[in-house]
Write a protein that binds this ligand. Structure first.
Ligand code: CP
Ligand code: NVA
Length: 310
């Protein structure tokens, strides 16, 4: 694995090893090897972040490396220096690059023009670190300590709300990669971008999801109900329209009751209680939102260790 820009950058044959390594890091926190010893990994962020920034900074440190946080506006990239020159220069100084930005093409160009591993820490198109940590969170529960990746196969996830957002797109990719079924419910007008449909086709996943405007239809027989904010970063101008159109898609206790008995609730966070989900669901025993958040650390450490190995 050279870069981690999208779920399918991790070959299927690496998945078992990656999930086992994440579990090992979780179990042996602070007592494991230091595969990033002597290395510096830079993080270029063009958007806000709590979980991603902190989990990467802590994770790099725990693997023996040095994290270097760079706000886009503090470096020359924010003043128009080209992506290619930024990638070539940073490749002379640091050993890996973690990038949160708007255009997905930007992470691709950094990867193509630099000579160090690049990790996608969220673009408008995809959020693969989130989905790998989420899948690990589910596998921990269903795999009973072994067969982590295999335990996901055949399970159904229902995504309710902004079905065209980065997290929804990444879950479509992830569900296909892990052999899960995925059903999405949301307003017709917030469909996935054409760029995402092209990517799905390119990865051989065209048609690999079910879409409905009826949230109750989507959650039927679902093992997991997932949602994300209705207004993603960069979409603030559309706030009023989005809230109006998505209001039938709040995840309520009634909607959870229509899923499979024992179904889990997931959210990548940050959450807006009263919009995409009620506080009651967030606080319910079905909710595993903070396990998801914690597992960002363990899974991203495993991803960095694998990339550092080459
Ligand atoms: N889920 C997630 O990526 O959170 P942050 O935006 O806080 O990093
Ligand atoms: N879809 C959200 C995810 C935040 C982690 C956003 O892009 O803002």
């Amino acid at each position: 694995m050279k870069h981690f820009l999208k779920e399918t950058d991790c070959p299927r044959s690496y998945l078992d090893g990656l999930f086992s390594l994440a579990r090992e890091y979780k179990e042996q926190r602070g007592r494991h090897g230091k595969p990033l010893a002597g290395q510096t990994w830079a993080m270029i962020f063009s958007k806000s972040s709590t979980r991603t920034r902190v989990s990467f900074e802590v994770g790099i440190h725990e693997l023996g490396g040095n994290p270097l946080f760079l706000n886009r506006n503090d470096i020359q990239l924010g003043r128009g220096e080209s992506i290619a020159d930024t990638a070539r220069v940073l490749s002379r100084f640091v050993h890996g690059l973690i990038v949160r930005t708007f255009e997905h093409a930007e992470v691709q160009q950094l990867a193509d023009t630099g000579s160090i591993p690049v990790i996608n820490a969220l673009t408008d198109l995809l959020h693969p670190c989130q989905i790998f940590a989420d899948a690990f969170t589910l596998a921990e529960r269903w795999g009973h300590g072994r067969d982590l990746v295999a335990s996901l196969r055949g399970r159904k996830i229902a995504f309710v709300g902004d079905r065209g957002c980065n997290v929804a797109n990444s879950w479509i990719m992830g569900a296909n990669l892990f052999g899960m079924k995925i059903s999405l419910a949301g307003p017709k007008s917030f469909a996935a971008a054409p760029e995402f449909n092209q990517l799905l086709a390119q990865e051989g996943f065209a048609g690999g999801y079910h879409f409905t405007t009826d949230p109750y239809e989507a959650v039927r027989d679902a093992d997991v109900v997932y949602t994300d904010v209705w207004v993603s970063m960069g979409k603030e101008e559309e706030t009023a329209d989005r809230i109006k159109l998505m209001s039938p898609y709040t995840v309520t206790p009634e909607l959870m009751a229509a899923a499979k008995p024992g179904a889990l609730f997931m959210h990548c966070l940050p959450a807006h209680a009263g919009q995409e989900v009620t506080q009651t669901v967030l606080d319910s025993p079905a909710s595993i939102i903070f396990d998801q958040a914690e597992n960002r650390l363990h899974m991203q450490k495993a991803i960095m260790a694998m990339l550092a190995k080459k």
